[in-house]
Ligand binder design. Structure first.
Ligand SMILES: [Zn+2]
Length: 591
């Protein structure tokens, strides 16, 4: 018998607590306390209320909760004394069928882990899709997390407990995330295609116009057709474009999408989520026989990451007239020019200018993207509303001091170029932190031809400064450069600066940001407005039409550009429902 939210909301406190029994291992108090937040507008609301109860309960209570869990494949499993829920989870993951070697490896990990952290290792073994991790995945997650800092690992255990509860709750409410699962499976299917040299190692790399890249375009096109798009084509730069037509032919178009290329050894969701998610929404509209008062155009951008050629945002850039003909003569690592690669892929160079969109035909651009950062994961929130894509400015710098003997030069007579750079690095940390949402990084730092016994005479370094608003970024840059000057004067060293890149911030268009907020609001969760630290295709479309983005929480501290990038089918489901609400609302506005 499954429960409904209405039942839970209208039951007495005691009855409601009874309905939620068995969620947190031997710890019914969490669900009981969360009931004070009734009525719940959604299951996500209930889940979030429970995370808040545990957050507020403090560290001792959190550790007791972790202690209440059995070890993975531990004594309790062997002696069959687990709770029914745990037995089910551990056997779904195949832990009850470990080989003797796997079993021994897990016992050793259990011991080492307990010794380091003092509590048992908690992993939601049903995984991001709810269908169960493989024993190998479990063992590698265990090995990886054993290296974590204790504070981070405590939080990681709690997040895994919340994930275990999320799946238990879905079972109780018979609320499988069906759309989220379908979209999750498309990501798996697309991840089969990977460039040579990476495929063999089980790594995902899809760079511009390789065979794997073209196989991805074919897969996306085919899936779009199956979803019921009216027109599907691959354009002159390799973008996959699907159109689901409006009731009226002369209607305007909502543009959405993201990129399907990846970085080297990247994650499965970066970019691709923003293509598949609206595709699932179109499939639902088609199944319901619904047409909206605007066309929906979903674009899978062919190139965003700039990996094979230095042509970042090539795909979305082509839509705003930013395709640069000089790119065509660039050669990849094997000496193949972009022109040759495009010809080989059957793309028509002459058609590129025609890809440029007429802003007058469009309502705006929306993009869904995995967050690629830790914020939502730390807040236990599935969705975030992007307020702005950060503007950035980059410099390459050189400080010149005097290389002198490390043994004979007294500390007060040195002109140490590296120490000057180090002083600036520490200043940047403090100065960027002061803004709250600015970031500053010295990502490259070297002493050319340095020696262990020589005071550094030269130091080369990079600066990458970003902020949600151009004025804020400029203020940050002004302060950092002034500090650089002051440090150099005080230390008697020289410096040079080369501006290598400046990208304008792309603040979300207020009405579109509002639409995302209204689409997320019915979940009953706090609205998390946040800047995007990373660049996205939306930055390009920003040049010609209003845009706004929605972020989806990433697992594993939100890691991205990494094979550990992950998001759950539950979070994908919530984002899909939000997208569907945005479509419905936009439809209502345009009636
Ligand atoms: Zn991306």
């Amino acid at each position: 018998m499954s429960i409904t939210l209405e039942q839970l909301n209208s039951a007495s406190h005691a009855q409601a607590a009874q309905l939620l029994v068995g969620l947190y291992e031997h710890s019914p108090w969490i669900a009981e306390k969360a009931l004070n937040a009734r009525p719940f507008l959604s299951l996500a609301h209930l889940k979030h209320a429970m995370t808040q109860v545990l957050r507020e309960a403090g560290k001792d209570a959190q550790i007791s909760l972790i202690q209440a869990h059995p070890e993975l494949a531990g004594k309790a499993m062997v002696s069959q004394s687990l709770t029914a829920e745990s037995t089910n989870e551990q056997s779904t993951a195949g832990l009850t069928h470990c080989t003797p070697q796997e079993f021994a490896a897990l016992q050793k990990l259990n011991t080492d882990y307990k010794l380091k952290f003092g509590f048992p290792f908690i992993l939601a073994v049903r995984g991001a899709r709810g269908t169960g991790l493989s024993r190998q995945q479990i063992i590698s997650a265990f090995e990886r997390r054993l290296q974590n800092h204790p504070e981070l690992e405590l939080q990681e255990c709690l997040r895994n407990i919340h994930r275990i509860v999320e799946i238990r709750l879905n079972d109780k409410f018979n609320a499988a995330p069906l759309l989220g699962n379908a979209i999750w499976d498309w990501h798996e299917a697309l991840a089969q295609f990977s460039d040579p040299g990476y495929l063999e190692k089980g790594q995902l790399t899809v760079t511009y116009l390789t065979d794997a890249h073209r196989a991805c375009a074919a897969f996306i096109s085919q899936t779009m057709r199956e979803c019921g798009f009216d027109e599907v084509k691959i354009d002159a730069v390799g973008n996959v474009v699907g159109i689901y037509k409006a009731q009226q032919a002369d209607a305007k178009t909502l543009l959405t999408g993201s990129h399907y290329d990846t970085v080297r050894n990247g994650g499965k969701y970066d970019g691709r989520l923003g293509i598949f998610l609206p595709m699932a929404c179109v499939r639902e509209l088609q199944r319901q026989g619904k047409r909206l008062p605007f066309h929906i155009e979903v674009v899978g951008f062919a190139e965003e990451e700039g990996q094979r050629y230095k042509a970042t945002f090539l795909g979305s850039g082509a839509l705003v007239g930013d395709f640069k003909p000089e790119w065509l003569d660039q050669k990849d690592a094997d000496g193949v020019s972009m022109r040759e690669a495009m010809a080989q892929a059957g793309l028509q160079l002459a058609d590129i200018p025609a890809i440029k969109r007429d802003p007058g035909a469009y309502l705006g651009f929306v993009e869904v993207h995995i967050e690629q950062g830790p914020v939502l994961n730390e807040l236990d929130l599935p969705l975030g509303i992007v307020s702005s894509i950060n503007g950035s400015v980059r410099y390459l710098c050189e400080i010149t001091g005097v290389a002198s003997h490390a043994g004979t030069t007294p500390m007060n007579r040195r002109k140490d170029a590296a120490s000057a750079a180090a002083e600036l690095a520490l200043y940047i940390e403090k100065r960027a932190a002061r803004d709250g949402d600015s970031v500053g990084t010295m990502g490259m730092l070297q002493v050319p031809n340095g020696s262990i016994n020589v005071v550094p005479g030269r130091c080369l370094f990079s600066l990458d400064l970003r902020a949600p608003l151009d004025a804020q970024r400029d203020a940050l840059a002004t302060d950092v450069l002034a500090e650089l000057k002051a440090i150099c004067e005080r230390r008697g060293v020289q410096h040079t600066l080369e501006l290598t890149d400046r990208a304008a911030a792309a603040p979300s268009a207020p009405p579109w940001q509002k639409r995302w907020e209204q689409a997320v609001q019915p979940l009953g969760l706090p609205l998390q407005r946040m800047p995007s630290g990373a660049g996205h295709d939306a930055m390009k479309l920003h040049k010609i039409m209003p845009q706004a983005m929605l972020f989806v929480r990433g697992q594993n501290s939100g890691i991205s550009h990494n094979p550990l990038e992950s998001t759950t089918s539950d979070d994908i489901q919530l984002a899909t429902e939000a997208f569907a609400r945005l479509l419905a609302q936009l439809g209502a506005e345009r009636q």
